[in-house]
Ligand binder design. Structure first.
Ligand SMILES: [Zn+2]
Length: 362
């Protein structure tokens, strides 16, 4: 089997690798795509993909959401795609023009971090490359030049959730270069105007060692914080995850908490218990460009949990019933690559890895 001739089942781009592998007893497709990056998809996932394509639910917009999501997760290890993830990614809201442009500019700045550095992309080729992929007309012979250009262009296209060659032209050439002048006229580098704009995305506290931990303050979670979260932050980079003074914390958001978040290097938001305060604190940090790590105890993440609920019987007497209640993490944060933990030790180990992979230098 000639690997080069196999295209990515999600985006139709050329692949470095596209083989059938296995994890335990499960058969999976292992793909390393020019656009999406590395991922594995299990058999129910592949069948779902086929079904979505045949029933015309899988258009270029859906493709761009899934492909971009996989590409953004590349630093976190191998991305696993299954039926459930496909369905939820398709229903994600589409990014607007400005969000797409921001993502592309940030990606370029990360790839070419020194001002004046030449952007090593042949942007003139972009239109043709995207058109050929969309029309399924990837040169069949080993076209080295096509593949070399595609290799540098397609990750940028994935990050920008680009739907087709026309949109790329509009956002990159039209908006970022001609209108905003963030890219030089000859496409050679990011302009000083572009760098000035990128400053607005800079981390507000590059030198802080403080970590804000947003949790549900129960005895169990306080114990987890002191025994596992705090040591994990220390181990991963000498960060201080001090619990906030409990008298400041009655579940409400107040100035003391806002101040703590403002001064943090990053935030760990644990959604066990599904408390409103945690949503607020995570969202507030996110709005300030402070990275947020999302976690939740596995048995409580989007699952039915047994809860005792007080109610009244037909005669009006109070009684307690044991009911299955669905503990659903709110949609907006559902896809943020949650750390799902079994116990404190598991959370500790996963946190150390995740903290080390955070983009904390900018
Ligand atoms: Zn792909």
């Amino acid at each position: 089997m000639d690997k080069m001739d196999k295209i990515c089942p999600i985006c139709g781009s050329p692949t470095y690798k596209n083989v059938i592998g296995s994890i335990g007893r499960m058969t999976v497709d292992e793909v390393d795509c020019y656009r999406c990056g590395r991922y594995i998809i299990d058999q129910p996932g592949s069948m779902e993909l086929d079904y979505l394509m045949e029933s015309n639910q899988f258009n270029n917009i859906a493709m761009s959401k899934i492909s971009g999501w996989i590409r953004e997760k590349q630093d976190l290890g191998i991305v696993k795609i299954n039926r459930r993830i496909l369905q939820s990614l398709i229903s994600l809201p589409e990014l607007n023009v400005f969000e797409k442009a921001d993502k592309m500019l940030l990606y370029l700045a990360k790839k070419f971090p020194v001002a004046g550095m030449k952007l090593n992309f042949k942007f003139g080729e972009a239109f043709g490359i995207l058109e050929k992929i969309r029309l399924n007309k990837i040169p069949t012979e080993k076209n080295i030049e096509f593949l070399q250009n595609a290799k540098v262009l397609l990750p940028l296209v994935a990050i920008g959730r680009i739907i087709d060659e026309f949109e790329f032209d509009f956002i990159f050439q039209g908006y970022l270069r001609n209108e905003q002048k963030y890219i030089s006229e000859n496409n050679k580098n990011i302009t000083s105007r572009g760098w000035a704009y990128l400053e607005t995305f800079r981390h507000p506290n590059p030198d802080s060692k403080k970590v804000f931990v947003a949790i549900w303050f129960t005895d169990e979670m306080k114990d987890i914080l002191l025994k596992y979260i705090k040591p994990a932050a220390k181990e991963a980079g000498g960060y201080n995850a001090e619990p906030i003074d409990e008298k400041d914390y009655n579940g409400d958001i107040n100035d003391a908490i806002i101040g703590e978040i403002r001064g943090s290097k990053f935030v760990i938001a644990d959604f066990t218990g599904n408390r409103g305060g945690v949503y607020f604190e995570a969202g507030f940090a996110y709005g300030l460009n402070i990275p947020v790590i999302y976690s939740c105890k596995k048995e409580l993440f989007n699952k039915f949990v047994k809860q005792n609920i007080k109610t009244k019987d037909s005669k009006g007497n109070e009684k307690e019933i044991n009911k299955n209640v669905y503990s659903q993490i709110h949609f907006d944060v559902n896809h943020q690559n949650f750390i799902l933990w079994k116990d404190g030790k598991d959370l500790h180990d996963k946190l150390v890895k995740r903290i080390k992979s955070l983009p904390l230098t900018r």
